[in-house]
Design a binder for this molecule. Sequence first.
Ligand code: SF4
Ligand code: SF4
Length: 427
Amino acid sequence: MQTHFSDTQLLDPQIREADAILRKCVHCGFCTATCPTYVMTGDERDSPRGRIWLMRELLETPDSVSSDTAFHLDRCLGCLACTTTCPSGVDYHHLIEIGRDRMDSQVRRPLMDRVMRRMLAHVIPHAARFRLMIRLGRIGNMFAPVMPGRIRAALAKLPRSLPPFDRVGSKTMVFGPRVKATRHVILLAGCAQRALDPAINASTVRVLNKLGVRVTVRSEAFCCGALAHHIGEASAARSAIRSTLLAWRDEIRKGEVDAIVVNASGCGTMVKDYEHVVGDDPELKDIAAQVAALTCDISELLADLPLNTIIDPSPEGRGVVAYHSACSLQHGQKIHDLPVSLLRQAGFEVRQPLEPHLCCGSAGVYNILQPEMADGLRQRKLDNIRGTGAPIVAAGNIGCIQQLDDEIPVRHTIQFIDYASGGPPPA
Ligand code: SF4
Ligand code: SF4
């Protein structure tokens, strides 16, 4: 794509980065076929190619940007399916971050939108606050009919039940294996995940301990910062990232950390990108690079451990599971087959739904900010899951689990591995 930035504009490092990305796009349109929003609306401005065009306009001539641009950029899920499809290697991930950043400084969002974003960025990353909000939300639900549509839609997303609070991560903890540890990892306990589903961290710790891995959880690493980062709440994002990085720096300096393990793939994609996110920040850039290099998804770590030594024999198999591939895992981290092969190793028959590349509509807090598009994608995904005939679904990200858990239960992949090695059943 041709760009026309002035020399003065190109002095800005963000514009230089965007320019290099934009110039890689050859406008072939391959990405449109796998973009969930384009598949739903058929509108070019809801496609990666259309958004790339809009972002070029926004960056070249910021004064001419309209609310139309904001509307279509906001409708992007950030699922990164376009980056998997693009034959030219266009780095849409970082382009949309720059585009949104610039858009936020150009377009004043409606008051309700600003209030919602601020509230989400200051509540969900703190597991205890998030649980309190869920409880208050339940009371608020009684008044839903007289509330604004956006609030009503958000209240409708509240979980129907709240399990006991996840103690993993409430304070700094070390979980040692019964035998001498062969490895030492740091686990990111997560924010929304801790609030909504403590069984995921419990299963993760149990399986890793059985495999001889010592697990440390630092309470200061309360959130990876992705949620706030993706909705333009920069100071809340930085505060979470800084707290996490400084805590992990302490641990790494002790000299015993083999890996940083993340069991929510949305967070994993963010942590692996920390070096880019913190940029030239003098306090954080070195540790961000080190952390990014150490970070792996739980499936990547398990693939490197002798999983067969802990799986109980099951000559007749453990039943059928549908595997839902979270966008952040398959497109963000390019992890496709690993979780499926782990599930098979654990004795499950794995079926994959049609349109596996399409997002389920969760995408962080997208399902709260863009409820109509998110609900449409959810229904489409559920139809495809039903088509597998499987009675239960495995997924590697809490956002997808909450979005899809319905008449067919959805559980984390690690819960199936845990079950196959003597842990509780996943549902
Ligand atoms: S597939 Fe890549 S090169 Fe082609 S239009 Fe999409 S982003 Fe541009
Ligand atoms: S990130 Fe997802 S929704 Fe956004 S343009 Fe790419 S494919 Fe479409």
